[in-house]
Design a protein around this ligand. Structure first.
Ligand SMILES: [Fe+2]
Length: 177
């Protein structure tokens, strides 16, 4: 096709037609796609927010248990970061669209940032314990939506991520009492 024709046909696509080009035909109803995308994108925003907070505390850890806590939080951050890409790709696989920017994350995140200049070591662990417990609640809520839609693949991934979040919460709890 000559170049000018290709250009012309691209211009003919309005925004809606272009958005339709990101749809993936896979058997989920539009309502299921909307519901799954909505819970999973909120979860993805929380994942990025919690990843960064865990790294923040890893970088700014202090005190006599520095080495232990610093290393524990790095393990947790690695584990949290590892679930981000699979969450986003599940949204794409069911035919939804996912997060596009840091601004998009900040609009969806339910995990609160902590920009304090100094946070004590025990406060850090307690805050992360609470955040991971809340993440478990959000993961369970997402599980309900995906299992209602018979989205078995997302549902089974969520089951593994619930176990991981419960394990992180367990370690953080035991380290603070
Ligand atoms: Fe590090």
């Amino acid at each position: 096709m000559p170049n000018h024709n290709r250009e012309k046909s691209t211009h003919m696509h309005d925004k809606e037609t272009q958005a339709a080009r990101l749809q993936v035909p896979d058997g989920f109803s539009p309502e299921d796609v909307r519901n799954i995308s909505s819970v999973m994108n909120a979860l993805l925003a929380d994942t990025f927010a919690l990843y960064l907070k865990t790294k923040n505390f890893h970088w700014h850890m202090s005190g006599q248990h520095f080495r232990d806590y610093h290393l524990l939080l790095d393990e947790h951050a690695t584990q949290i970061f590892a679930i981000a890409d699979p969450i986003a790709e599940r949204v794409r696989k069911v035919g939804g669209t996912t997060i596009r920017s840091v601004g998009h994350i900040s609009r969806l995140q339910r995990v609160h940032d902590n920009d304090e200049e100094f946070v004590g070591p025990i406060e850090m662990l307690k805050e992360l314990h609470k955040d991971n417990k809340n993440l478990v609640v959000s993961l369970r809520a997402a599980h309900e939506v995906t299992s209602n839609a018979n989205d078995y693949a997302t549902t089974s991934l969520l089951e593994v991520w619930i176990d991981e979040a419960e394990r992180r919460a367990w370690f953080l709890f035991e380290a603070t009492r």
